[in-house]
Write a protein that binds this ligand. Structure first.
Ligand SMILES: *Cc1c(COP(=O)(O)O)cnc(C)c1O
Ligand SMILES: [Zn+2]
Length: 558
């Protein structure tokens, strides 16, 4: 029995979690949420945390995974809560705290989403995934995917700074640069995943993503308690009066709100904080909707902001959830201009020593306004999520050709047809499909060895990979599939690599297939002579770098 179930937000139907089940089995809704037995968990919850390290896995009873602290962990979550004394002096509020999410493994709070997301995929045995991103989601997922051995496709809008795109590519992710808006990039990524039957990361409709973000709430309640003591009410943990974040799609606040709600239900905190959602004026659909007192979001067709990270024009149902939360527990939506954000960037750096990316500076600019206009009171306890910081050094280590270009024609980019993939989209996507990729056969009797080579190939380019686990299969595969190249192990039971070579060379249908031998065997002079003229190169297992192998392969198939 799993320790949580998935509940449909529309009909309440409960089922077991399966990452590939993206709609409610009863009503077809795409909106589901994780439910834990909080009633039972509340007893001893705090005691159980005592001996655990301060990272996000310490809350594993309320996370949708089976294995906490997985091998691909990089010290996830557990970021510091910093008292912003100087900003407090400037603004006349002593209780401003900064949750410094720049200190995550890839320098943004998307690391939480990725840590949980990749864990959920691994636990479900999924090895390839697709996402769309305004930058940081792709960076975070790419890093974790690299460690966990999951192949990733990232659809990035061309607005994403090249430094960020290069970082994504550096991790071995397949970058697809989409010359269109972020909302269109999402559509294309979803369509691409659908065509190929791949897992698609659904952001705010993805259980692990929301649950990852919620750990921010748990952490900061613990940290505030450490710094300020528990509240007078007798609740063990302290919740802030305000949580402030710069917002694009709103995944962060949606998850954080859920975290506070759960803690409240467990009696860990005595109140649910108000939330302030700050957007850039050039792309502020939530603010516009809030100001018009709408439950349903308006959408912005063409965002006008230099801050690409925050360019979600169509926030969807997440807005409605945040709207309802703000109506119930207090909160607001506010827009600041790009210029205000840049000024706030200077202030955060000069006063608190924090160099933040413009998207994070948007929250600082919002904080300044909300305090000045009196929405946030001088005695309120405020936590600002300092969402991200990037260090763009990758441009110096990556050559050309790290992205594919996908240009959607003007006509399509105007998005006159709101739903369904347009013809332009489809034909553009088809240019990315697998049929024309070089076909490479990997022959090795050990699964780990095959996995390693597959990983190297997947990270370095587009190949259709075929596998055989013994000599007999290899010979049949060569005849039936006519691969462009074979990577061959020598030591196998039954028909070994030498036997495979003999068979290939004696059949005119397969004699021309180039072969690279990758072996752990130390070859005798006689064996070396036997291979001469038969194989294109010989690589010793454990001694070649992935780049050597992929260069060899490129030389042979291009
Ligand atoms: C993603 C992101 C945001 C917006 O967060 P959402 O919760 O998805 O709206 C803000 N700042 C940075 C640095 C981000 O990467
Ligand atoms: Zn349902």
């Amino acid at each position: 029995m799993s320790h949580f179930t998935v509940e449909c937000m529309d009909c309440g139907h409960r089922s077991l979690y399966n990452p590939l089940q993206t709609t409610c089995p009863q009503c077809g809704s795409g909106w589901m949420t994780a439910r834990y037995d909080l009633e039972t968990l509340r007893d001893g919850f705090i005691e159980r945390l005592q001996k655990r390290p301060f990272n996000l896995w310490r809350y594993h009873e309320v996370l949708p995974i089976r294995i906490p602290n997985p091998p691909w962990s990089m010290g996830d979550g557990g970021t510091p809560l910093v008292s912003a004394v100087n900003l407090g002096l400037m603004l006349g509020n002593e209780n401003i705290y900064i949750k410094d999410e720049r200190q995550g493994p890839t320098n943004s709070f998307k690391d939480r989403q990725a840590a949980l997301g990749i864990s959920a995929l691994k636990e479900a045995g999924i090895t390839e995934a697709v996402l769309a991103s305004t930058g940081n989601v792709a960076i975070a997922f790419s890093a974790y995917a690299a460690r966990a051995g999951i192949k990733l496709w990232a659809f990035l809008t061309s607005l994403v700074p090249p430094e960020k795109m290069r970082e994504v590519a550096l991790y071995g992710t397949q970058v697809v640069k989409v010359t269109a808006s972020y909302d269109q990039a999402k559509k294309m990524a979803a369509e691409f995943a659908n065509q190929r039957g791949l897992y698609y990361e659904r952001g705010s409709r993805s259980i692990p993503s929301i649950e990852g973000m919620k750990t921010i709430a748990y952490e900061l309640a613990e940290q505030l308690t450490q710094q300020l003591g528990p509240p007078a009410s007798g609740a063990p943990w302290r919740a802030p009066d305000w949580y402030i974040q710069s917002v694009s799609g709103g995944l962060g606040p949606q998850g954080v709100a859920k975290g506070f709600q759960e803690m409240y239900e467990m009696g860990l905190i005595d109140k649910i904080p108000a939330m302030a959602h700050i957007q850039t004026a050039g792309c502020a659909p939530m603010v516009k909707s809030w100001e018009a007192d709408r439950v349903e979001p308006l959408t912005i067709e063409s965002p006008r902001t230099h801050i690409a990270t925050l360019a979600t024009g169509a926030p969807g149902r997440t807005y409605t959830l945040l709207y309802q939360h703000a109506k119930t527990y207090g909160g607001t939506f506010l827009a600041v201009s790009d210029e205000e954000a840049y000024r706030a960037m200077h202030i955060a750096a000069k006063m608190e020593g924090m160099s933040v990316e413009p998207a994070a500076a948007v929250a600082f600019a919002g904080l300044f306004q909300l305090i000045r206009q009196g929405t946030i009171k001088p005695t309120d306890i405020v936590v600002l999520n300092c969402t991200g910081h990037t260090i763009p050094i990758e441009s110096t280590v990556l050559g050309e050709g790290w992205a594919r270009n996908l240009v959607v024609s003007r006509h399509t980019a105007d998005a006159t047809v709101p739903s369904g993939p347009e013809e332009g989209l489809l034909s553009a996507l088809n240019r990315l499909t697998a049929d024309r990729y070089p076909r490479i056969a990997i022959v090795d009797d050990t699964p780990d060895a095959r996995r390693l080579i597959r990983r190297i190939l997947q990270a370095q380019g587009d190949f259709t990979i075929l596998e055989a686990e013994n000599g007999r299969q290899a010979i049949a595969l060569a005849r039936n599939e006519q691969p462009d190249l074979m990577i061959l192990d020598l030591m196998m039971p039954d028909i070994d690599g030498f036997g495979v070579l003999d068979a290939l060379k004696s059949d005119e249908q397969t004699a021309e297939i180039p072969v690279i031998v990758v072996t752990a065997k130390t070859l005798t002079p006689a064996e070396k002579r036997r291979l001469q003229g038969q194989v294109h190169s010989l690589m010793q297992k454990g001694e070649f770098m992935s780049d050597d192998l992929s260069e060899e392969i490129r030389g042979l198939v291009e």
